[in-house]
Design a protein around this ligand. Structure first.
Ligand code: CP3
Length: 337
C-alpha cells in the first residue's frame, strides 16, 4: 500500500508521510527555467511531456511520498470556454462567461480540451520513480471555481455584488459540479490514486450559505471519489468550522490551514489530518523550522497525519530549506519506529 493510503485507509500512526502543496513550482530554479520559455501557463499545463517533467522535478530532488500532477484548478473554467491568463504579479485573469455558456456546454468538448492532463497523469504514473509513491490528482472546490469564474481574478476580502444573486450561484454550482465530477473521474481513470479538493475561498462563505455553496456540492464530489475506492482529501481553507465540514462532507482526510490551532483540531476531528504548518517559516532559520516542524509532529504523534503545509510553498523559499524539512520528518519517523 502507498504511503498516503496507509495513513488514510489503515489509520497508520507510526509513520508520517510528507508531500507539499506547490512542491513543483516557482521556488525551484528548474521550474523557473521552463516557465521562462513557456509564457502561456495554461498551454504549459496542457503539454504532457513538460507536465511530466515538472511533476517529477521535486521527486528527483527530494525523498517525498507523493507527486501531485502539475496543473491548475483554473484549467476547468478554461475547458468551459472562459479565457484564463496569468499575469505577472497579479495572478489569474479570466474572461467573461454566462450561465448560458456553461449550460450549453457539452461533456465531450470539455474532456477533449483536458485530454492532455489525463495523458500526463498516465505518463507520470508509469514512471518508475512513482513506485510506492502516491500520485495526487486535484480539482478546485465548486465554490472556489465559481468565485474565479464570476470574480474573474483572485478575490480581495469582499466579494463583488454579483455574489448576492443566490439563484444564479445555485444554478452555476450545479453545472460546475457536473464538470468537476467528470474531471475527477477522468483523473482517477488515468492513474491518480488520491484526489485533493482545494476550496481556497471557503472562508468567504457566510454561515447561512455554507450548506448550499460548500457542503452539498462538495459532498457529491467526495462521494464520487470514494466510489472509486480512491481517498479524497479536502482543503476548505479558512472554513468557519473544520469539524462541522468534516462531519457533513465526510472526506477521507482533511487539510488544515496555518491559522488553525493543531491542538484544538485534534480534539475535534477523528479523521486523518494533513498539513497546517505556516509556509512562511521556511523563509526563516533552520532553528525555527526545526522547532515548528517538531511541534506539529509531536502534536499529531498519535493521530493519522500526513505532513504538509497550511498553504503552498512560497516562491521565495530556498529549496535547501525544503530539503531540511523533509530530513526532519524522516528523522522523526525513524525515532518513532
Ligand atoms: O505543485 C502543485 O501543488 C501542483 C500544481 C498546482 C498549481 N496550482 C500550479 C500553479 C496546484 C495544486 C494549484 C492549485 C491552485 N491554483 C489553487 C488552490 C491552492 C491555493 O493556492 O489556494 C488556486 C487558488 C489556484 C489558482 C491560481 N493559479 C493562482 C491564484 C495563481 C497565481 C498565484 C500563485 O499562487 O502562484 C496560479 C498560478 C500557478 N498555479 C502557478 C503554479 C506553479 C504559478 C504560475 C507562474 O506564474 O509561474
Amino acid at each position: 500500500m502507498t504511503p498516503l493510503k496507509k495513513v488514510i485507509f489503515k489509520k497508520d500512526r507510526s509513520t508520517k508521510p510528507i508531500w507539499l502543496m506547490r512542491q513543483a513550482g516557482r521556488y525551484l530554479p528548474e521550474f523557473r527555467e521552463i516557465r521562462k520559455k513557456n509564457l502561456n501557463f495554461i498551454e504549459l499545463c496542457l503539454n504532457p511531456q513538460k507536465v511530466k517533467n515538472i511533476t517529477l522535478q521535486p521527486i528527483r530532488r527530494y525523498n517525498l511520498d507523493a507527486a501531485i500532477i502539475f496543473s491548475d484548478i483554473l484549467t476547468v473554467p478554461y475547458a468551459l470556454g472562459q479565457t484564463v491568463e496569468f499575469r505577472k504579479n497579479f495572478g489569474p485573469f479570466l474572461g467573461s462567461v454566462s450561465l448560458n455558456d456553461i449550460k450549453n456546454f457539452n461533456k465531450s468538448t470539455f474532456k477533449k480540451k483536458l485530454e492532455p492532463i489525463y495523458k500526463s497523469i498516465n505518463n507520470v504514473k508509469k514512471d518508475k520513480s512513482l513506485k510506492n509513491r502516491d500520485l495526487i490528482g486535484f480539482v478546485g472546490g465548486p465554490w472556489t471555481i465559481l468565485v474565479y469564474m464570476l470574480n474573474k481574478s483572485s478575490p480581495k476580502k469582499k466579494l463583488k455584488k454579483i455574489f448576492s444573486d443566490k439563484p444564479l450561484i445555485d444554478e452555476m454550482l450545479k453545472y460546475i459540479n457536473k464538470y468537476l465530477i467528470l474531471h475527477i473521474e477522468s483523473q482517477i481513470k488515468s492513474g491518480a490514486n488520491i484526489i485533493q479538493i482545494f476550496d481556497s475561498w471557503a472562508g468567504l462563505v457566510a454561515e447561512e450559505d455554507l450548506d448550499n455553496y460548500i457542503y452539498k456540492p462538495t459532498k457529491k464530489l467526495v462521494k464520487i471519489t470514494k466510489s472509486f475506492k480512491t481517498p479524497c482529501i479536502c482543503f476548505p481553507r479558512n472554513i468557519k468550522s473544520y469539524k462541522e465540514y468534516a462531519n457533513i462532507v465526510r472526506p477521507d482526510a482533511i487539510n488544515i490551514d496555518y491559522n488553525t490551532n493543531p491542538c484544538d483540531i485534534i480534539k475535534n476531528i477523528n479523521i486523518p489530518i494533513q498539513g497546517g504548518m505556516n509556509p512562511k517559516i521556511l523563509l526563516s532559520s533552520k532553528k525555527k523550522v526545526k522547532e515548528l516542524t517538531n511541534y506539529y509532529l509531536s502534536i499529531f504523534k498519535n493521530h493519522p497525519y500526513i505532513f504538509n503545509l497550511g498553504h503552498g510553498v512560497l516562491p521565495q523559499t530556498n529549496p535547501s530549506m525544503v530539503q531540511y524539512l523533509i530530513k526532519l520528518v524522516r528523522k522523526f519517523n525513524e525515532r518513532s519506529s
